[in-house]
Structures are given as C-alpha cells and as structure tokens.
Design a binder for this molecule. Structure first.
Ligand code: FES
Length: 160
C-alpha cells in the first residue's frame, strides 16, 4: 500500500513540474534558433544581380561580370567574389546567356579573346565558341550555362 503524499511534497512536485514546463517553453525559441541552420535546405536557390541588363545588352563581345554573394556553411556566412561571362543576345531581345568561367577540363578560368573570337583556357589550350561549345583542346563538355533571369531591369543569375 502506498504511503499518503503530504501536502507539502505534492506542492513541491507540482511546482517543480510547472517550472520545468516554463523553462521548456522559454527555451524553445532558442533551441529553434540554434538548430535553424540544420533545417535549411542546402539546395536553396540564391539569385544574385550582375547589374542592369542594359549594361550587357549592347555589348558586342562577351562581358565578364564580377559579383559577390553570401555563402553559408553551417552558422558561418561569408562573402565570396566570383565572376561569369555574359554573352548578349545580339540585340534580338533575348536574355543574355551566362556562362561559367570554369573550364570543363580541369577547372582553370577561361577568358574571352577578341582576336580569336573564342573563350580560351590558358592551361591546356581548350577553346570554346561564343555559344560555349568546345571547338578545340581537351575539354569534354561545353561551358556550363548558368540560369539567368531579368528582374526589374537587372540581370540575375541563380546560384545553388
Ligand atoms: S583546364 Fe582548360 S583545357 Fe585543361
């Protein structure tokens, strides 16, 4: 048979349970904050502006566009600088095509050469046409096309 619980002991247990619930309720937002980086999807899209569309639309040759974006690694956010190649639509009203600067052979950075009218990789002689297609050298694939859009007059690219 159980011993009767004293009033004092019952009150102590009830207040202990109440304090536990209050502590848990007060701590939930903090726990959520601490775990939030783990809940974020790593594949979340990030659109980054390259500048006004009109800056690229009239260009005759490909234009290198430099940009900064925020890269997140767990709790750490750092600003990273990068660049891409923007090829205007020849005045046909199309959104310019945007190519990665990274050679598809061994990841050196390609540059546009006006005298050759080609993207040229300095490492092993890879060459790409204005449309990003391989025209010479060892690269196995065309330059990577980066998804782009125009929002409020700005040319934007999608990262991630
Ligand atoms: S890295 Fe570009 S050709 Fe090899």
């Amino acid at each position: 048979m159980n011993a009767p619980v004293s009033r004092r002991r019952l009150l102590a247990q009830l207040s202990g349970a109440l304090m536990g619930l209050l502590t848990l309720a007060a701590g939930l937002p903090a726990i959520g904050f601490l775990l939030s980086p783990l809940r974020r999807r790593s594949g979340e899209a990030q659109w980054v502006s390259l500048g006004l569309l009109e800056e690229f639309a009239g260009a005759i040759g490909p234009v290198r566009a430099d940009f900064d974006y925020e890269a997140r690694s767990g709790y750490r956010i750092q600003t990273v600088s990068n660049s891409v190649w923007v090829v205007a639509g020849n005045g046909n009203g199309q959104v310019p095509r945007v190519f990665s600067k990274t050679c598809t052979h061994l990841a050196c950075n390609v540059s546009w050469k006006d005298d050759q009218q080609l993207f040229v990789c300095p490492c092993h002689g890879g060459k790409f046409g204005r449309d990003g297609a391989v025209v010479a050298g060892p690269p196995p694939e065309p330059l990577t096309v980066i998804e782009s859009r125009v929002e409020e007059g700005e040319l934007q690219i999608r990262l991630g």
